[in-house]
Design a protein around this ligand. Structure first.
Ligand SMILES: Cc1ncc(C[n+]2csc(CCOP(=O)(O)OP(=O)(O)O)c2C)c(N)n1
Ligand SMILES: [Mg+2]
Length: 257
């Protein structure tokens, strides 16, 4: 939360903001603000794991919009050829900002594209926790067995807009009814709640879990609000492994002017 607010207490010390969150301590290598930019980076990570002979598997998330970038084509081809341990996970929410898949994809069934690269393409209900867990586990097993990459296409939905303030809800590209029906019938958290109740987890236990999550979010917001903004003179810190000579004095000069 502190990172999203650009605060010094964030995991990237406020440098990442909402679009470049990274935390190597838990294996989150990077994000990219360039649509499709993460796909070759993930392919490189998987290549690294293969070269180092470790059993790490790279999981790469991107949207339906990224599938039409050249990076998708180049990366999937190379990963398949070299049997890299990587899972390409497309969150297909039907829209790239406001452009629908139908308007922009020559082949709107994204899973079919995998055949062109000689890898499995698995389409899954992205709102089903169990179904996603199952296909992801299979892809991890495949990757660790040296059988190469998998393309998973998780059909999902975006309840809110791509970003804040760009369009009003329901305008101009999808109806308010469409959004409301998805919220009512296809919310993955509500759907999983029903699954857990069917599995014998009682209402009281579920409320306790929900309460725990609420508290964690409230705590994160409190921490973020209390965290200071990064100081201007620290601008070049944490940006380079080996900072170029004179960088700090250059920033100090900018500040003085
Ligand atoms: C190379 C590039 N082109 C355009 C943009 C502007 N842009 C940001 S997000 C986006 C749409 C991405 O679609 P999708 O991945 O489906 O994301 P969603 O709208 O579903 O969140 C575009 C065109 C960008 N960031 N990078
Ligand atoms: Mg999308």
């Amino acid at each position: 939360m502190a990172e999203l607010m650009g605060k010094a207490g964030g995991i990237c010390k406020g440098r990442g903001g909402s679009m470049h969150v990274a935390d190597n301590s838990v294996g989150i290598i990077s994000e990219s603000g360039i649509v499709g930019g993460g796909i070759p980076l993930a392919t490189g990570c998987a290549f690294s794991a293969k070269v180092r002979g470790v059993d790490q598997v790279t999981l790469c998330f991107f949207g339906d919009g990224a599938v039409n970038q050249g990076t998708f084509h180049e990366s999937l081809n190379m990963a398949s050829l070299w049997k890299l341990p990587v899972i390409y996970y497309c969150e297909n929410n039907g829209y790239a900002m406001t452009t629908s898949v139908g308007q922009s994809h020559g082949q709107p069934d994204i899973g079919l594209r995998a055949a062109g690269y000689g890898m499995p393409g698995v389409t899954v209900d992205g709102q089903s926790v169990g179904a996603v867990y199952e296909v992801a586990s299979e892809a991890v097993t495949r990757a660790r067995a040296g059988e190469g990459p998998t393309l998973i296409v998780a059909n999902t939905y975006r309840f809110d807009e791509h970003d804040f303030g760009s369009v009003s809800p329901g305008e101009p590209y999808r109806s308010v009814e469409e959004v409301e029906a998805q919220k009512r019938d296809r919310d993955p958290i509500l759907l999983y709640r029903t699954v857990l109740l069917d599995d014998g987890i009682n209402e009281k236990r579920l409320r306790a879990i929900e309460n725990e999550a609420d508290q964690a979010v409230k705590q994160a917001v409190k921490f973020a609000l209390a965290s200071p903004m990064p100081r201007p003179e620290t601008l070049p810190d944490f940006m380079f492994n080996s900072p170029p000579a004179g960088l700090h004095s250059f920033v100090a000069r900018l500040e003085r002017n």
